[in-house]
Design a protein around this ligand. Structure first.
Ligand code: URA
Length: 246
């Protein structure tokens, strides 16, 4: 990796601003490979240098990948003048890093949301050409039946002209209210709700369970988050670029 200035490397962790780094350097609190750093502009290779601040090693991971169990009532945006955003659920150090959600869930939709600052990976995962599957649990009004499943499988053109690719509808229960798993290979605006509404079955509850190889961790309560594991990240990178073996 190319050499980068120390203040840039440390500020990129989101834990300190550049001016804080400069102050820490002045105070002799930053060590690079065991030696006190004398100037914040000194360049180091992030892949090989060991940096310590106040005696504690600093993880210089280039990008951050967070799995969030999005609760209802927050918007999938980085900023919103009126509504609470998903970023407000993360600690300040992540907010400073410039994380953003990979794709959107509606304000009232719950479930798996990936946040990262890796723009290239996000772009690949959202590319319509990549066909990253997304699975949702949906509860709807009205009885779902085989004709709905077939309509989803055939690909639907909605009344407003939206053309939807073939999708999977697995009916879990059917009655006055029904439950189903919906798997989409694309992610158009309000797509699950619009497809089910077009079948006369308005969605009352929606939760995303998976995105490509990522499954919502059942131990995460609504609003909770954790970094992806190394294994999850490997699989995700393979999904975004299948020529790289996981
Ligand atoms: N489809 C929807 O209708 N809403 C979501 O939040 C996600 C997919």
């Amino acid at each position: 990796m190319a050499q980068e200035r120390l203040d840039k490397l440390l500020a990129a962790t989101g834990r300190w601003s550049r001016s804080e780094v400069r102050r820490m350097v002045r105070e002799g609190r930053v060590l690079a490979d065991g030696r006190i750093v004398s100037a914040p502009e000194t360049k180091y290779d992030a892949d090989s240098v060991t940096l310590c601040v106040d005696g504690a090693p600093v993880d210089l991971q280039r990008f951050v990948y967070i799995m969030l169990h999005k609760p209802a009532g927050v918007v999938s945006a980085t900023e919103d003048g009126r509504e609470k955003t998903v970023l407000a659920l993360l600690p300040e150090e992540y907010r400073r890093r410039g994380l953003f959600p990979v794709g959107r869930l509606d304000k009232d939709t719950e479930g798996l949301l990936l946040l990262t600052d890796d723009g290239a990976l996000a772009h690949e995962l959202l590319s319509p050409k990549k066909h990253v599957d997304k699975r949702y649990y949906a509860r709807v009004d009205g009885a779902l039946d085989e004709s709905d499943r077939l309509a989803f499988a055939a690909g639907m053109t909605l009344g407003d002209g939206l053309v939807c690719q073939s999708a999977e509808l697995e009916i879990l229960s059917s009655g006055a209210q029904s439950e189903a798993l919906v798997t989409l290979r694309e992610g158009k605006y309000h797509q699950v709700k619009r497809m089910l509404a077009a079948r006369g079955k308005p969605v009352r509850y929606l939760k995303r369970l998976t995105m490509g190889p990522l499954c919502l961790d059942p131990s995460l309560a609504g609003g909770a988050w954790r970094p992806l594991t190394a294994e999850e990240l490997k699989k995700l990178k393979y999904t975004s670029c299948p020529t790289k073996k996981p």
